[in-house]
Design a protein around this ligand. Structure first.
Ligand SMILES: Cc1ncc(COP(=O)(O)O)c(C=O)c1O
Length: 398
């Protein structure tokens, strides 16, 4: 098959989606505020972003970004290893280290690159990476880049992990990789149990808290904190692109190995460092989150309001409470029709199609924010329920 034949197969799949707006190809013409955008000239309610605290327009975040541009310019124009770190990178690293009570912290240009750098920086061809099978693409890509032997274990199953680790001859050369909160399904990992399996086998554990940072744990540090397991985890990774309303990634650890990645991890060394505006905005968002716990309370109130409404209408929801409320809607065709009908009703959500899920288990992935009002949430639930009934996804009341 030629290079372009593969892309033609993609074009055929897109054609299969039929007429109408295409999922994965939406253009947002204007962002009115953290919960409303303009698409195709119409005001649309955003229930498909990861802006969990709605901080993208917070005055402190905007002011920090503006100040950073004035003080440092628009870009770093190079890698930290080659061209030098700006003080803003180090200041944010110190804040993350202090927050977690851990000696080492590093920031990365994106969350994707943080995962690539960690997994491919720590592991090499003689090592083993064991991943939860529902892990994010960045974690699998890091494992591939490392050249390590890759094993998958059954999603969220400590027994399956234990069985895989039994095949690893030298557990000290093995990195186990999980997420705190899984981005499609909205499932939460049993972090403490998985950490215990790693500890008894002698393997290292990395937890990606991309979607859980901010929302879980007494101080919002993620699922490891929520499960009292920060000390049992070797590397905690997160991203700025969700709760922190920016672009970038971070890792904290008790191991000084994290420091050496500065010199060796290719996805960190061979790319430009995060722009001053991005780093300063994430730092300001972190300060806001730490200062104002009412944001977390609002987020959880909103999550429970939505879940209650959708559950009452008969939707099969993910078991764990999270800002991600994924609805099983059936085939890809139903999922696309559902998505389009919602957009027509001015509600934007995400859709999960094969190969990211089983053919008959496609998802509408909806997500919520502390910034949504009750009226907005009720409107979203009402439209989802009405369309779900019209497509036969949930029963029509007698
Ligand atoms: C679990 C997980 N990890 C990492 C990333 C990558 O983060 P970023 O988009 O900030 O590069 C994502 C992005 O969606 C994610 O869902």
């Amino acid at each position: 098959m030629s290079l372009f034949d593969k892309l033609r197969a993609t074009a055929d799949r897109v054609a299969d989606a039929g007429d109408g707006p295409l999922p994965f190809a939406t253009v947002i013409d204007e962002v009115l505020n953290p919960t409303e955008v303009v698409i195709d000239g119409r005001r649309v309610l955003m229930c498909g972003s990861n802006n969990y605290f709605g901080l993208t327009f917070h005055p402190d975040v905007l002011a920090a970004a503006h100040r950073a541009i004035d003080d440092w310019g628009s870009a770093t124009t190079g890698s930290r290893a080659a061209n030098g770190s700006f003080a803003v990178h180090q200041q944010l690293e110190r804040t993350f280290a202090t927050l977690y009570g851990l000696p080492h912290a590093r920031v990365f240009t994106t969350g994707y690159q943080a995962n690539l750098a960690l997994v491919a920086g720590l592991c090499g061809p003689d090592d083993v990476v064991v991943l939860d099978l529902e892990s994010h693409a960045s974690l699998f890509d890091g494992a591939r880049l490392s050249g390590a032997t890759i094993y998958g274990f059954r999603h969220n199953s400590p027994d399956s992990l234990q069985r895989k680790l039994a095949h690893v001859s030298d557990p000290t050369s093995c990195l186990v990789v999980i997420e705190g909160l899984y981005s499609f399904s909205g499932d939460i990992a049993p972090v403490a149990k998985l950490a215990e399996v790693c500890r008894s086998a002698g393997a290292y554990l990395l937890v990606d808290e991309a979607h859980s940072f901010g929302a879980y744990g007494p101080r919002g540090l993620g699922c490891a904190e929520d499960h009292g397991a920060i000390d049992a985890v070797d590397f905690i990774v997160g991203t700025f692109s969700k709760s922190l309303a920016g672009v970038g990634g971070f890792c904290v650890s008790r191991h000084d190995a994290l420091e050496w990645l500065h010199f060796t991890a290719r996805p960190y060394v061979f790319t430009a460092s995060g722009s001053p505006a991005n780093v300063a905005a994430a730092h300001a968002a972190l300060d806001v989150l730490q200062r104002d716990p009412s944001l977390r309370l609002r987020l959880w109130d909103n999550i429970r309001r939505v879940r209650l409404g959708l559950h009452a209408a008969g939707f099969q929801l993910n078991q764990d409470e999270s800002p991600i409320v994924s609805l099983q809607v059936g085939t890809a065709q139903t999922a696309i029709l559902f998505w389009r009908a919602l957009l027509e009703e001015r509600v934007y959500v995400n859709v999960v199609l094969p190969p990211a899920c089983r053919a008959e288990a496609c998802l509408l992935r909806t997500s919520y924010s502390a910034a949504h009002t009750s009226e907005q949430l009720d409107r979203a639930v009402d439209r989802i329920v009405q369309i779900g009934r019209s497509l036969g996804v949930v029963p029509v009341p007698a």
